[in-house]
Ligand binder design. Structure first.
Ligand code: ZN
Length: 143
């Protein structure tokens, strides 16, 4: 599939697109001032592993697709692995060097690095994940 098709497929059929009421999940509410994006990202992080991750909300094509891809990439990964994926993703969006093999389908968003007004959209879900990981580390209880 060409990159544009991968993007649209994630927009039409987003993965891990269902929130939960489970108390085992942390939640980050992320909203954009420059776009319609208003999403919630939930993650169940236990013993340094992202056991489950979900999202939902109002979101444009780019934010929906990028968050859907993010959930695929980090689900089941350790926090350390997730950070490496995040670092590479943010590097790609910033137009810096990155490791393509780590990002898999998310390279479909590489073009966003040249569209300043869409960068927030392409990173909103990822910043949600970043926040959830930081909170989990602050608690320092392995959850
Ligand atoms: Zn957006």
């Amino acid at each position: 599939m060409i990159l544009r098709e991968i993007l649209l497929d994630h927009y039409e059929y987003p993965h891990n697109h269902k929130l939960t009421d489970s108390p085992d999940f942390r939640e980050a509410h992320m909203a954009s001032e420059s776009c319609i994006d208003d999403i919630r990202v939930q993650a169940k992080i236990e013993d340094g592993v992202i056991e489950d991750i979900r999202f939902d909300g109002r979101a444009c094509t780019i934010s929906t697709a990028s968050t859907s891809m993010m959930t695929d990439l980090v689900k089941g990964k350790t926090i350390e692995q997730a950070k490496e994926i995040m670092d590479n993703y943010f590097a790609m969006i910033d137009g810096r060097e990155f490791d393509e093999t780590i990002l898999d389908e998310a390279i479909a968003l590489q073009g966003v690095s040249k569209q300043a007004n869409r960068i927030k959209c392409a990173t909103i879900g990822w910043h949600g994940l970043e926040k959830l990981i930081a909170e989990s580390e602050e608690d320092n209880d392995g959850k």
